[in-house]
Design a protein around this ligand. Sequence first.
Ligand code: ARG
Length: 496
Amino acid sequence: MKKGIYRSRLGRPAQKEAAAFMSSLKDDEWIYKDDILGTEAHEIMLHENGLLEKKELKEILRALEALLPNYPPSNTTDFEDIHEFIESSITQKVGDELGGKIHTGRSRNDQVSVAIRMRMRTEINCLSKGILQFVEELLDKAEIHATTVNILYTHTQHAQVGTFGHYLLCQADIFLRDLERLKELYRRVNMSPLGAAAIGGTSMKIDRNRTATLLGFDGLVENSIDCISSRDVILECAAILALIATNLSRVAEDLILWSSSEFRYVELADEYASTSSIMPQKKNPCTIELVRGKAGIVQGHMMGLFSLTKGLLTGYNRDLQEMKPAIHFAFTAVLSSLEIMKGAFATLKVDEVRLDGEAKNSHALALDLAETLVTDFGFTFRESHKMVGQLVATSVKKGIALNRLSANEISSTARKVLGKQIRMKPEQLKKVFNPHLSIERRRSLGSPSIGEVKRMLGDRRQILDQHRTSYNLQVDRLEGFLDILSKRVKRYLGGT
Ligand code: ARG
């Protein structure tokens, strides 16, 4: 182990295991590119403020650009982190005299903060794109299945009849909310902490607004303590990632249950299924199970990150280094889960015939009967609830479906249970027990009636378009700034 560039205070190099234990070099690959860009912006600003000669800047930028495609060797513990690796590598190229100026007015504390925020905004954009595409898939599928009858569950018991399209619209709404959350988060993440130095600012003539603009930030994290100490945006991000993962996990559970032999409502495409090494009959929903499984780990990481932070004295503490791999994992897991779910839905087979049959023979139409007694025969709802409850009990005892009860049986039950004289006609009863007509009878806003489903579909497509437009603006704006930075660097490199 060689003696690192920061260790002048210490007599000896770090002990081998201690160096390996401290080093975040491997985890820092995640922020490698961002750290180089952050350093370029800092050096340009130093030059603009008279702290670096033009030709010095050019030499430093050339060395930084040469580093860009070459990731640090992952097997070395010679460096504490990516920041030491970059500064050492540049210094090796440009010599101690000039290399010694790179870190003027900057600390690793603000350096790592800015790199993490840069990486997070890129990850947030990737994730937003993933959600946009997933929701689009859900809406397309919802359109196809706008009239596909399905069964709605409460307590994992048949509740009411609905449509598969309506179910998919529910999922689309959930992920549209996640999109909003990410948009909000982006606003808070895209603020520059660079220029706080270690914690209390610097006496060097630096320009924080300039580096913020060069790097495409929308503003500054102002307070220098806040810049290097706070990690609330990472915690917020971890919470949002855990939420998206949890939302995905619930959809996953629906698909897992509904594709089981007992349900057979849906079937995953072979491309998204796996098999067994021993049981030849198996078609396992492994991809979807892993979406559910990863959600647990993402939740765990969120908890880990909160726990890591809660007892830290205000200021920088090395514990914070451990946040990077956890949040990096969460981003990767959620993004890949979104892609899997999008593909699984795009290729999902929905067994409409089976769903239709199940709905017809289900007690899920009991409420329809109860409501017909209210609307057509003037019962109070409690009266009809009582009576239909008894009818269900009778049909369960007889082992027949509710729709097998005759109109006469219903009229006589009304007499026996409530002392009411009604004459239910067989055609009337047939309509009650028709799942498609049941859905058509739903008039309340947000219900699965075709009209409502179509209205919601149109509305959500519009909302999705708005999200897409603002996402494109966000990405273009960032790319625009980074493009200007890259051109500026090239101009310095081309100049004399
Ligand atoms: N590798 C460190 C991290 O990831 C960088 C900051 C180190 N700062 C310090 N004062 N030791 O947090």
